[in-house]
Design a protein around this ligand. Structure first.
Ligand code: FAD
Length: 445
């Protein structure tokens, strides 16, 4: 027979979700992690490009270890909003709290009227492109396939767009070498760089006759966030960072042979025979740290356009949105006005595409939730945010909710039966390691 317990649902089992789950379970809560995919690696599997071999392996291990902790119940292949209703999960299952750790899985739409009509006909979005790049060599991959062609246009400027450009150049070079009967490994090509590998075959990049891809970026080259400028940095320090950004980018362009066209933004679609064949760009200039549109325009054509302008959370029916984002009223703990027992952790609330940032935020949310809401632990961290009004609201709500008692034994029993039924439905056995062994192909990158 179960005993009274605080029960928490976590939506999303990757970096942030696993961190929250293990932390709360260590504090004595019963945690159920719902994950839409068979494997809980999130953007580590489907974002972080596959040349990060050691980091990927380490992070896979981290997630598995945390989801395997006593008190954590893993429910794979279960998408909240499709397989389980969000409102029901919050109200009816018996959970005292629900933590959204569902990341950002939707590409921000290219802001040109009608652009999305050309998806698959000249327009490609970053998320499916990187998923293909990461999985294309696996026998079981059945998603969309992209051909690394000459002169692809990449719209972006963030770190992920540099990864897209690198992936294109690595695959294009690999294909050109394969035509000459030379097989190279993409990871080796990334580690050593294209010119070095070619030199080993007595070739220069120009010998391959490849037309590089180009990233079109609305700011200047030294605005690209390849190195962060620390908050409040004095002008000389900021200038130094800007210089190192330029140097790093020049090095990357040399090593992977992509190009960057700064100071321009997409302004119109070039369509021929019902296919996107390029874009019209508007020249920008930087004014007080912001790109401002000018009167000058120019056109560029290419076999396809990859839009890499950021990822946003996928909407979940029952959660209110504000524009592209969830309508959080407290951005420290990711709280929603209509659902006072819901919190959010990781990329879904930080918006930062960074593993450490997701994990740190998740740990902060977990500790606050355990200490102030569930009364399971001492609070050990300060707020990561500075918005005093948000903190005041949070405190008021926390104070009210802290009185909540653990779910009674019968509720825990019923909740576990419901979890077990869903686990049986998706064919999950008894433990996360055994499940992962069954659903991980031998050739998973
Ligand atoms: C191209 C690219 C390159 C990157 N490179 C780096 C890098 O070099 N270094 C670095 O630190 N970071 C990098 N990142 C970012 C990093 O991978 C992510 O920021 C981090 O992994 C996010 O972790 P998370 O747990 O917050 O979110 P995610 O990893 O997105 O996890 C969310 C989880 O929730 C699940 N989910 C979503 N919706 C639902 C639902 N409705 N129901 C159930 N489950 C759901 C998802 O399947 C997923 O498992 C990169 C990202 C990209 C895209």
């Amino acid at each position: 027979m179960s005993e009274a317990k605080h029960c928490v649902a976590v939506i999303g089992g990757a970096t942030a979700g696993a961190e929250v789950a293990a932390g709360l379970a260590a504090h004595g809560a019963l945690v159920v992690v719902f994950e839409q995919n068979p494997r809980p690696y999130g953007k580590i599997e489907d974002g972080l490009p596959r040349w990060h071999v050691a980091l990927r392996k380490k992070e896979y291990g981290n997630v598995v270890e945390k989801l395997g902790k006593p008190g954590v119940h893993f429910v794979p292949n279960t998408k909240i909003g499709r397989d389980v209703d969000f409102g029901e999960l919050v109200r009816d299952w018996g959970f005292g709290a629900v933590v959204l750790a569902n990341g950002a899985w939707r590409d921000r739409p290219l802001p040109l009227e009608g652009a999305d009509e050309y998806v698959g006909r000249g327009l490609v979005y970053q998320n499916p492109f990187i998923i293909w790049f990461n999985h294309a060599d696996e026998a079981g991959y059945d998603g969309p396939r992209f051909v690394p062609e000459d002169g692809v246009l990449v719209v972006g400027g963030g770190l992920a767009s540099i990864d897209v450009a690198k992936a294109l150049m690595l695959e294009r070079t690999r294909a050109a070498l394969a035509e000459r009967g030379i097989e190279v490994d993409v990871v080796q090509l990334e580690v050593k760089g294209i010119p070095k590998i070619l030199k080993g075959h007595d070739l220069a990049f120009e010998d391959l006759g490849i037309e590089p891809c180009t990233i079109f970026y609305r700011r200047d080259l030294d605005d690209m966030p390849v190195v962060e400028i620390p908050e409040g940095a004095p002008p000389e320090r900021a200038e130094k960072v800007r210089n190192s950004r330029r140097r790093l980018l020049e090095k990357a362009m040399d090593k992977y042979r992509f190009r960057i066209e700064p100071l321009c933004m997409p302004d119109g679609l070039l369509v021929e025979d019902d296919r996107l064949v390029g874009l019209r760009f508007r020249r920008t200039r930087m004014e007080n740290g912001r790109p401002v549109a000018t009167d000058e325009t120019f056109e560029r054509r290419g076999p396809y356009v990859v839009s890499s302008i950021g990822s946003i959370p996928e909407a979940i029916p029952g959660i209110e949105m504000k524009g592209e984002l969830f309508a959080f009223t407290d951005w420290d703990l990711g709280r929603l006005e209509a659902h006072p027992t819901v919190f959010a952790a990781g990329n879904v609330v930080t918006g930062k595409g960074n593993i450490v940032a997701s994990r740190k935020h998740a740990s902060f949310v977990e500790e606050r939730l355990a200490a102030e809401y569930l009364g399971l632990a001492e609070r050990t961290t300060d707020s990561v945010g500075t918005d005093e009004s948000a903190q005041a609201t949070t405190k008021a709500v926390d104070a009210a909710l802290a009185l909540k008692t653990p779910a009674p034994a019968e509720t825990v029993e019923a909740l576990l039966a419901r979890v077990r039924a869903r686990q049986d439905e998706v064919g999950y056995g008894d433990d996360v390691a055994g499940w992962l062994e069954r659903v991980t192909p031998d050739d998973l990158q």
